[in-house]
Design a binder for this molecule. Structure first.
Ligand code: COA
Length: 333
């Protein structure tokens, strides 16, 4: 019997209302609009309101994705959330999301911590559960309030990130003569580069009662930007080749690249390697900054809703993040 194929039947995105542009940032730290634009392509990013949690952003994005798919939460068999900025250490954002969506079936719901690759990890896990026949409908979300883990005194990191959420509904389809659906997903990690990009804290900081002033700085993002940059370009190039080779496809057959939105120069490098003009690359980094696990589903949602991505087109999604982790998905839309 043929395995069911997973198809994305709904997408949704949500950005907090508050915009923070580079000019505002330059009043906080020693930086400039010109420096940020030139090095990253970012013009502004969104910042969650006080009390607006990652699960709240996930809720808005998920509602939109469910609405597009014509489903309700009780039609779902699983909820997956990629995030590194959960509301709480536990329980997971996925379980909070299940509650906020009003779900009354006891479906599995869990977070995936793969930094900026969290959404691609979620797609891969969701696809596997669908292919094995254990689930018919899976909600995969990437959601972050990254503004709460950046050190607003550190100009080398605070200019890069933003808040947001994106979600997709994955559904099982049989008999796909048209070949539409997820063709393959690819996820990886090396683990040896953890010190190049990390947020310390968690339990390694000890119990909160024992934390003195020497702990100032714990919990914030630390990054060796130029090293991360070099590795991201190399690894993403390899990943694109791996993804196409697994499907026997050529670079020229890809209609849309939906990349992780960390830096316009990294995105341009990958597009060049694919031989793609930037008119076939979905770019949101200038308005969103790097929203980590939310960046790919947010970009995908924009391009689906504005009609750029059309049925039958070949869409390549990819991401790279702390760990390092990296992942891709190729889909016949
Ligand atoms: N404004 C002005 N100057 C800044 C600055 C800022 N916001 N941030 C850093 N600088 C300064 C540095 O202090 C340094 O000054 P120095 O030469 O006097 O020491 C200089 O700019 C160059 O710093 P460097 O880190 O080498 O710059 P870069 O060209 O590598 O650009 C990044 C920095 C972060 C934009 C770039 O490395 C990058 O995008 N890396 C990838 C990050 C990423 O994608 N992370 C997420 C992966 S998921």
């Amino acid at each position: 019997m043929k395995r069911p194929v997973a198809r994305i039947t709904g997408t949704g995105g949500y950005l907090p209302e508050r915009r923070m542009d580079n000019h505002e940032l330059s009043k906080r730290v020693e930086t400039s609009d010109a420096w940020i634009r030139e090095r990253t392509g970012i013009i502004e990013r969104r910042i969650a309101a006080p009390g607006e949690m990652t699960s709240d952003l996930a809720l808005q994005a998920s509602r939109r994705a469910l609405e597009m798919a014509g489903l309700t939460v009780n039609d779902l068999d699983m909820i997956l959330v990629g995030t590194i900025s959960p509301d709480l250490l536990f329980p997971s954002v996925a379980t909070l999301l299940l509650r906020k969506l009003g779900g009354t079936r006891f479906i599995p719901a869990f977070d995936l911590q793969a930094a900026c690759t969290g959404f691609l990890y979620g797609l891969s896990v969701g696809e596997s559960f669908i292919a094995s026949g254990q689930c018919r409908r899976v909600l995969v979300c990437g959601a972050e309030t990254f503004s709460r883990v950046v050190d607003w005194r550190d100009r080398s990191t605070c200019v890069l990130f933003g808040d947001g959420a994106g979600a997709v509904v994955l559904e099982a389809v049989e008999g796909t003569e048209d070949g539409r659906g997820l063709l393959s997903t690819h996820i990886h990690a090396d683990g040896v580069s953890a010190d190049l990009l990390k947020a310390s804290g968690g339990v390694s900081a000890g119990p909160p009662s024992d934390r003195g002033p020497e702990m100032d700085g714990i919990g914030y993002v630390l990054m060796q930007g130029n090293e991360v940059y070099k590795q991201a370009v190399t690894v993403m190039g390899r990943l694109v080749d791996e993804t196409l080779a697994a499907n026997g496809l050529e670079k020229s057959q890809v209609d849309w690249l939906v990349p992780h939105q960390a830096n316009i120069r990294i995105i341009q490098g990958i597009a060049k390697r694919l031989g793609m003009g930037m008119d076939r690359v979905v770019v949101t980094v200038e308005r969103h900054g790097n929203t980590s696990a939310a960046s790919v589903p947010l970009a995908l949602d924009e391009a689906v809703r504005d009609g750029r991505i059309q049925p039958g087109q070949l869409v390549l999604m990819e991401a790279f993040g702390a760990g390092f982790t990296w992942g891709s998905a190729l889909m016949r839309w």
